[in-house]
Ligand binder design. Structure first.
Ligand SMILES: Cc1cc2nc3c(=O)[nH]c(=O)nc-3n(C[C@H](O)[C@H](O)[C@H](O)COP(=O)(O)OP(=O)(O)OC[C@H]3O[C@@H](n4cnc5c(N)ncnc54)[C@H](O)[C@@H]3O)c2cc1C
Length: 290
């Protein structure tokens, strides 16, 4: 189907972009990789009066590591996936990117687009939540940092204001003796997951869990922390017993909707399996045995 009519703007700086967002507000849509927006336009599920194409805003195409990793919003999935800096600083993100659609989609799709789009089954919002990351949002009023836990608000919905541009994501440095894992289950390779689970765990010298963050996709309208499971792990020895308890807690604390891909009970079952598997993998990495 043809796209609906819209005014097309091509700013070259963040300043010009936020000026346009300030002028047009909720009448405008940012166009990044277009992998989600163009189908939405074609299906008439989105009808913005103005499309602001940010593909010429080169200052959004950056990867840097200072006190944590910062990835500019316009960085393509493939660029991040192949970056040595991202591979060493955020291997969980690289693993998760491997599940995003297919190579062609990742060649166009952007880090900022995936996070701003906030699909409940998407990989990047889940990673950002599990790693305790944040996003930078810029408007003519200035720039603010929003923690992942406060950013995702429900199905395709975030706390980004109409005049704000997502300019970058930030991931904190990895603590010593920490480990990560990312696993998901989908019926076909490249499909959105029925359930995905990202685990970040930190152990002390004796193998006791100091901290754990578990984020799940596909089980609610936004990435969902397994808070009960995390609490069950903290202060306990990392091992089969505490992992089984945490997996059961994670499955019990969610109530995913049923659809033609799976029932509520099936998704809860999958979440428990993936949490236990993810904890084992993350623990092995924290101990340096994987
Ligand atoms: C066949 C297919 C399979 C896919 N499979 C997956 C998958 O398995 N997992 C997955 O996560 N995704 C998947 N996707 C979606 C893909 O990852 C998209 O690239 C991503 O969701 C959106 O990124 P984009 O850069 O293309 O954004 P766009 O499509 O350009 O924009 C998406 C939305 O985000 C907004 N936006 C974009 N950038 C910004 C910004 N910087 N600031 C504020 N708002 C912004 C836009 O206005 C729009 O509302 C798939 C897509 C296709 C076509």
């Amino acid at each position: 189907m043809k796209l609906p009519p819209f005014e097309y703007r091509t700013p070259e700086t963040v300043e010009e972009t936020v000026e346009l967002l300030g002028e047009f507000g909720d009448e405008a849509k940012i166009l990044a990789g277009g992998q989600s927006l163009i189908p939405l336009l074609a299906m008439r599920l989105s009808r913005p009066a103005v499309v602001i194409d940010i593909n010429n805003v080169n200052e959004l195409n950056t990867i840097s590591n200072g006190s944590g990793l910062s990835i500019g919003a316009l960085t393509r999935h493939r660029t991040a996936e192949r970056s040595a800096l991202v591979q060493s600083s955020a291997p969980m993100l690289v693993a998760a990117l491997g599940y995003v659609g297919h190579d062609a989609i990742r060649t166009r799709g952007t880090i900022g687009g995936s996070v701003a789009h906030a699909d409940p089954a998407a990989e990047l919002p889940t990673v950002l939540t599990a790693l305790g990351g944040s996003v930078s949002a810029t408007s003519a009023r200035g720039t603010r940092s929003i923690a992942a836990d406060d950013f995702f608000e429900g199905f395709l919905s975030t706390s980004l204001a109409d005049d704000e541009l997502l300019t970058a994501i930030q991931l904190p440095p990895r603590p010593d003796r920490s480990g990560w894992s990312f696993n998901e289950f989908s019926r076909r390779s490249g499909d959105f997951a029925l359930v995905g689970v990202a685990v970040s765990i930190e152990l002390d010298e004796s193998g006791t869990v100091v901290d754990a963050r578990i984020a799940m996709s596909g089980v609610a309208g936004e990435p969902t922390r397994a808070i009960e499971a995390e609490t069950a792990l903290r202060g306990n020895p990392a091992g089969p017993e505490s992992f089984a308890t945490a997996a059961a807690a994670a499955a019990a604390e969610i109530n995913p909707s049923a659809d033609l891909h799976g029932t509520t009970a099936y998704r809860k079952h999958l979440a428990g399996i993936l949490v236990r598997k993810g904890l084992n993998e993350a623990c092995d990495r924290a101990k340096g045995t994987r």
